[in-house]
Design a protein around this ligand. Structure first.
Ligand SMILES: NC(=O)c1ccc[n+]([C@@H]2O[C@H](COP(=O)([O-])OP(=O)(O)OC[C@H]3O[C@@H](n4cnc5c(N)ncnc54)[C@H](OP(=O)(O)O)[C@@H]3O)[C@@H](O)[C@H]2O)c1
Length: 301
């Protein structure tokens, strides 16, 4: 099938695209930087430019069977007012541009797999969280609510929509690289109390879930993109230390994180004990159910 991946130049997109190509699919990437994209994407991937919130030519979507929307400005930085505006509007604008382009097509894509995040649920303490739970009300929850609301607009066009509420994706690069840095310098450890839950997922399972969602006509609505066994931050630090053969004893106080990262520190100091109920019920089989083997697989390379 022909799959259009918006934001396909990023961490998740590049892994996903490798798998889609290996499975024999045609892949087209939508990017704001076509020239740079050609340099980082494998040969054979189609590259089309866009610049949301500008409208997208519907001809770009002609012949597309499935759309995966990963586009959005990075959140791992201080959330100034301008950063917050960009984090929210980049996601809603990209999603809205895709759906508006679908409107005028006579043959529309069958499915839209739209990224969202476990931040949808807000900070949840020890509560077990599944897709039926209500959203939170902090900044990230608001972003995810509006992002998902925009994506849901495709349902009225007869497109099956899967809203993938992604957890912390463990792969080479991204958040795991940033988190492992202090461990490499022997100063790793828990963040704050270390009691907060971390809904992680190995990259292979995240891309596996996207492909499962593309293929599985019975799956729609919210799907937690998280492994079945989330861990507390303190246990995550111990596991990372064990795999990297480094101590994990140096706790970073919550006050220090707040000082450095401001409001964004809340994302590091709170979490969700999210369970992938929808994926398990639909029959997705996780390759990495436990954290240590997932980390070992990443650092074995
Ligand atoms: N990685 C995780 O742990 C994680 C967890 C939860 C949710 N998610 C969500 O999943 C999606 C993909 O994650 P990722 O880790 O692959 O992200 P990423 O590496 O930051 O890639 C996101 C892509 O979005 C595009 N983009 C950036 N700023 C944009 C803007 N202002 N407007 C439109 N497009 C923009 C970029 O593509 P171009 O520069 O080529 O246009 C970029 O390659 C993101 O939306 C992220 O929020 C990720």
């Amino acid at each position: 099938m022909r799959v259009l991946v918006a934001g396909g130049t990023g961490l998740i997109g590049r892994s996903l695209i490798r798998e889609l190509l290996a499975a024999g699919h045609d892949v087209v990437v939508l990017t704001r930087r076509p020239q740079e994209a050609r340099a980082v994407l494998p040969p054979g991937v189609g590259v089309r430019g866009w610049s949301p919130p500008e409208p997208l030519e519907s001809s770009v979507l002609a012949g597309t069977d499935a759309v995966v929307n990963l586009a959005g400005a990075g959140i791992a930085r201080r959330w100034t007012d301008a950063a917050k505006r960009e984090i929210l509007s980049s996601r809603t604008a990209a999603t809205t541009a895709l759906i508006q382009a679908m409107q005028t097509l006579s043959a529309r894509p069958r499915v839209l797999v739209n990224a969202s995040a476990v931040g949808y649920y807000g900070p949840r303490g020890d509560e077990i969280v599944t897709e039926t739970d209500l959203p939170g009300d902090d900044f990230l929850a608001q972003v995810c609510r509006e992002w998902e609301a925009a994506a849901t607009g495709a349902e009225a066009l007869g497109v099956r929509v899967v809203r993938l509420r992604i957890g912390l994706v463990l792969g080479r690069g991204g958040a795991l690289s940033r988190m492992s840095l202090p461990f490499r310098f022997f100063v790793g450890g828990p963040m704050g109390s270390g009691q907060q839950w971390m809904p992680w997922i190995h990259m292979d399972d995240l891309t596996g879930l996207v492909r499962f969602a593309l293929d599985n006509d019975g799956l729609s609505g919210p799907v937690n993109g998280t492994a079945p066994n989330p861990v507390r931050n303190g246990d995550f630090a111990l596991a990372l230390g064990r795999v990297l053969r480094r101590p994990a004893a140096l706790r970073t106080p919550a006050a220090a994180l707040r000082l450095v990262f401001g409001e964004m520190a809340g994302m590091l100091l709170t979490g969700q004990r999210a369970i992938p109920q929808a994926a398990l019920a639909a029959g997705y089989r996780f390759r990495y159910q436990e954290l240590v083997p997932a980390l070992e697989a990443i650092y074995a390379h």
